[in-house]
Design a protein around this ligand. Sequence first.
Ligand SMILES: [Zn+2]
Length: 161
Amino acid sequence: MNKKKCLKCGYVRHPDDDELSFVEPTKCPMCLASYELAEKELLEDEQLRKKLDREYEYERTKQKRELAAQLDSAVARDDILKKSRKNKILLGTASAIVFLIIISVWQDHNEKVNREEMQRQQVIAAEQARTQAEQARIKEEQKSAAFIEEYMRELKKKKDT
Ligand SMILES: [Zn+2]
């Protein structure tokens, strides 16, 4: 008993077909398609469909991967930009702080130098004052020595006469 169903037109072969039909048993009595060929074609179609599906899936996966990679690199670029902007701000702040520190240290140094210079001037002035006082004292001593000498000479003169 041959209960074959035609893959092309869907006709189910009836036992009478084998006896009454003029068509060979390997072909569908309705559409005359070869059962074997129809099966082969269907299989080929199926394989082709699977192959196309696989290729489609492969392409989609590839595109998804590429998109994800592009997104990743865009995010990474954005991160780098943000970081460099943040670094620039930090660098600017750090430069400003360093500048202020340098100014402050320089002012301190200047003040110290000025103070030392003033002290040095005071010391020099004091030394000069001491030297002048010493010179005045020496002059006074010389004067009184000369006076005593003169007095002694006068005394001797008086004694001689
Ligand atoms: Zn058929």
